[in-house]
Design a protein around this ligand. Structure first.
Ligand code: IPE
Ligand code: IPE
Ligand code: MG
Length: 242
């Protein structure tokens, strides 16, 4: 049982999104190459996924590779995807054990065939799991997701399936990559950085934001619990008067 169970101040959000940042800085501080930070970050991914699943989070979105990250040196990109493949291959038993359903958020176009193949196979293998949904945001951009939704809408209007006046928030939401996922209640960013970096722009409209000072490779259950305790102290008004 999790140490968090029985902690009265800890409120488990229905949906959590994480900007996993600071791998490079962690490595630099340790006198290592940037890629060692990404490697070490896998431990934090494993802990966060299993802890969220155990605590009853319904949806967890992890920002693993942004649209903008394609501008990094090719060597770093190659190593990041090598790590992703290793993660997918090694973590399947853990995902099955915790009944986690995997999905992908992002554009498929730039992903290599072997990455797509492993991603698709893991998604298929976990499709029947009824526990938490884990969305890996890879080759993901919030603006690009909105562009893709608008394109789909425009195509529906063009073929006469929808009137422009019928476009509302629900129509846009329905065309996001995973409309079945609840909007994040809590957005966590590590490494002390206070920006959104093109993550889930539509969905974070009313998310509570928690910034953890630790770099992602050091993020552990205690930091997740601290974020959930912080979340438990928030008064969510959604524009209303309480
Ligand atoms: C986050 O760590 C991982 C990815 C963006 C893929 P960074 O690589 O951004 O680490 P810093 O921000 O340079 O420390
Ligand atoms: C955001 O982190 C992307 C991911 C965590 C995958 P970055 O490190 O790329 O963001 P910036 O450049 O600091 O905004
Ligand atoms: Mg960074």
């Amino acid at each position: 049982m999790s140490a968090a169970a029985g902690d009265p101040g800890l409120v488990v959000p229905r949906s959590v999104a994480v900007i996993m940042d600071g791998n490079g800085r962690w490595a630099k501080q340790a006198g290592l190459e940037r890629i060692r930070g990404h490697e070490k970050g896998i431990e934090a991914v494993r802990t966060t996924v299993t802890e969220c699943a155990q605590l009853g989070v319904q949806a967890l979105v992890l920002y693993a590779f942004s649209e903008e990250n394609w501008q990094r040196p090719q060597r770093e990109i190659d190593l990041l995807f090598k790590l992703l493949k290793r993660f997918l291959a090694e973590e399947l038993p853990t995902l099955m054990q915790h009944r986690v359903r995997l999905v992908h958020s992002g554009r498929r176009e730039r992903l290599a065939p072997d990455v797509l193949d492993l991603l698709d196979r893991t998604i298929a293998a976990t499709a029947g799991n009824a526990g938490m949904t884990l969305s890996l945001a890879i080759s993901y951009g919030g603006r690009q997701e909105i562009v893709d939704a608008v394109r789909a809408l425009a195509a529906d209007v063009q073929r006469g399936a929808m009137a422009p006046a019928a476009i509302d928030e629900a129509a846009i939401h329905a065309r996001l990559y995973h409309p079945e996922l609840p909007d994040p209640d809590l957005l966590i960013r590590t490494a002390g950085e206070r920006r959104i970096s093109n993550f889930l722009l539509w969905q974070v409209s009313y998310a509570e934001i928690h910034v953890a000072e630790v770099c992602w490779p050091e993020f552990r259950a205690e930091h997740l619990h601290a974020a959930f305790r912080d979340y438990g102290r928030r008064v969510r008004k959604f524009g209303k008067v309480t």
